[in-house]
Design a binder for this molecule. Structure first.
Ligand SMILES: C[S@@+](CC[C@H](N)C(=O)[O-])C[C@H]1O[C@@H](n2cnc3c(N)ncnc32)[C@H](O)[C@@H]1O
Length: 341
């Protein structure tokens, strides 16, 4: 939101009811390039209308919609409509791109079986209705589910890749060997290898993901630098022989005791001086909002706990396990780092 007090329950519910129209408004503003001008703002209604060939009185109403969503701030120095000046919330253009643009994360999620729950939440909460396992199981159970889920994950990696890029100099020494636990289809590992020429990475994941990692290796021309180890971290220890072990968006899928057991397994597998890296859906208002879809769908999937936790859960668990030099590296996705002594 641009400024001011948070919305009252009633205001929020009015906006929610008008969600489809709100998305239409933001989508149109994005497509017409209005968001760029508004983010550079302040820009007057007159200038904006003239630049884009729009009728001022109509544009005013579209901007009222954006203002009611808290996405633009308005100043009205005189009675003249065209003199109203607008400024967008910082980051609006990029956010609209991620949520509504061509690679929209939310549109991608539409294809999941959330409709099995719509209108039936009381029965879902009582356990009488679930998402059919044939439509979505956790972990994904058919080759189609695996491919579809890992593709969704890979599509959301942008900010995580940026976070790792920003800290690449700090994270990797030349020749380092990384084990990316629950590393999806290898897309993150591929980005890391492209960011750092001396790095080697192995994806550790369920056997069904092997063809996906092979495809990533092939498509990105990574050869032996991108390895794969098939395994099930619920049933066996993590493999040794790596200088760093990462968990990226993996630990929140599991109850606290499993998440702790996985961090303990990483501690056991690392050599002295080895690093653990955790980048997670930490519990912040922003992440809870971005996770809304999964919170909804997973009400009908008991095997995935979907437990967003504060970053302190991870830092204190690492401390208890004896990791040292624990830091939370800032970025679009924070990276928690700990070193095994
Ligand atoms: C939420 S996805 C995150 C994928 C990837 N790290 C990312 O951020 O895009 C969780 C990953 O954990 C893997 N996974 C789930 N259960 C597992 C298990 N028992 N053993 C190994 N990997 C598992 C899934 O296959 C999936 O790749």
């Amino acid at each position: 939101m641009v400024s001011g007090p948070s919305l009252s329950p009633r205001a929020l519910l009015h906006l929610l009811f008008n969600g489809a129209r709100a998305v239409d408004v933001v989508q149109a503003a994005l497509q017409m390039g209005l968001l760029d001008a508004l983010e550079r703002g302040p820009v007057s209604l007159g200038e904006l209308a003239a630049r884009h060939g729009l009728i001022p009185g109509r544009l005013y109403k579209l901007l009222d919609c954006l203002e009611s969503l808290g996405l633009v701030r308005r100043e009205q120095p005189s009675d003249a409509l065209v003199e109203a000046r607008y400024t967008a919330a910082p980051g609006l253009r990029a956010a609209a791109d991620v949520v509504l643009g061509p690679g929209s994360l939310e549109r991608d999620r539409e294809r999941y079986a959330w409709r099995a729950l719509r209108g039936r939440l009381p029965e879902v909460l009582r356990g009488a209705v679930s998402v059919p396992a044939a439509d979505f199981a956790w972990p994904p159970s058919t080759p189609e589910q695996v491919a579809s889920f890992e593709a969704s994950m890979a599509a959301g990696l942008g900010p995580i890749v940026e976070a790792f890029r920003a800290h690449a100099g700090r994270l990797w020494r030349d020749g380092a060997r990384l084990l990316d636990v629950g590393g999806g289809d290898g897309t993150l590992a591929a980005h890391l290898l492209e960011q750092r020429s001396g790095l080697h990475a192995t994806v550790y994941n369920l056997p069904a993901t092997e063809p996906l990692v092979a495809r990533t290796r092939e498509a990105r021309g990574l050869g032996a630098r991108l390895g794969f180890t098939a395994g099930d971290f619920l049933r066996e220890p993590l493999p040794g022989g790596h200088d760093a072990i990462s968990f990226v968006r993996v630990l929140h899928d599991w109850p606290a005791e499993t998440a702790r057991a996985l961090m303990r397994a990483a501690h056991a597998a690392l050599p002295p001086g080895g690093q653990i890296l955790i980048s997670e859906e930490f519990r912040t208002p922003e992440r809870l909002a971005a996770q809304f879809f999964w919170s909804y769908l997973l009400m009908g999937v008991d095997s995935c706990v979907s437990r967003l936790r504060e970053v302190e859960f991870y830092t204190s668990a690492l401390r208890e396990l004896g990791f040292q030099g624990i830091e939370v590296l800032p970025g679009p996705f924070e990276i928690v780092v700990g070193i095994k002594r």
